[in-house]
Design a protein around this ligand. Structure first.
Ligand code: SF4
Ligand code: SF4
Length: 199
């Protein structure tokens, strides 16, 4: 049987995924990346990332949806801003990472614990107007399920110490003033974003 020479066959790229990422709020900047690698050497969590920011941007350009959205790269980004400050092309990497987190959740790639934390944090802020640590924690464990509750119980001493030193309030804070208005603003912003996405 005649064997295919994969080295001489043209590579097919699916650019629809790349176009979708470019259309995110800061996605357009990815096109400016010249693959210099400065972000990779500057990144404090690069060692535990599946791909460096540079590699991730290359995968986006190649249309590798599965690899990009399954990667832990943007979930392990700590928003330290080192890469953003050093990028010679002015790519706002932190903002791009935030966009990718949001996009990954919307696409159902929310398997990392960080995704559960983001969801819990956002639900708390949008619902209360400010963060109540107990609320974020409860929501996080509800999302993550029973196994994570067991892990939380293993850390009960840390929680007790925080309570003792008044670093973890037992009761939720008072409602913020103008919570209704804040909810209207969030609703409006989400509506605008949906419209933009459809356009
Ligand atoms: S530092 Fe900027 S230009 Fe260089 S690889 Fe990273 S994102 Fe691309
Ligand atoms: S902002 Fe994120 S990607 Fe950039 S250096 Fe810090 S951890 Fe790494």
């Amino acid at each position: 049987m005649e064997q295919k020479n994969t080295l001489t066959e043209p590579v097919k790229y699916d650019l629809s995924f790349a176009r979708e990422i470019y259309s995110l709020e800061n996605g357009y900047y990815i096109k400016q990346c010249m693959q210099c690698g400065m972000c990779a050497v500057a990144c404090s969590t690069r060692e535990i990332m599946d791909y460096s920011p540079r590699q991730l941007f290359n995968l986006i350009k190649l249309g590798k949806k599965e690899e990009v959205l399954s990667a832990n790269t943007f979930w392990y980004c700590t928003s330290c801003c080192t890469c953003k400050a050093r990028c010679p092309r002015g790519v706002p990497l932190v903002d791009v990472m935030h966009d990718l987190k949001k996009y990954a959740i919307e696409q159902g790639y929310d398997q990392y614990p960080q995704a559960a934390f983001y969801k819990a944090f956002w639900a708390e802020v949008a619902g209360r107007g400010k963060v109540f640590e107990g609320g974020v924690t409860a929501r996080y464990y509800l999302i993550r399920g029973l196994d994570e509750v067991k892990k939380a119980l293993a850390m009960k001493d840390v929680g007790m110490n925080m309570l003792k030193h008044k670093r973890l309030p037992l009761l939720p804070p008072k409602k913020v003033r103008g919570l209704g208005d804040l909810k209207k603003i969030i609703h409006k912003a989400q509506e605008l974003q949906r419209k933009e996405a459809r356009a």
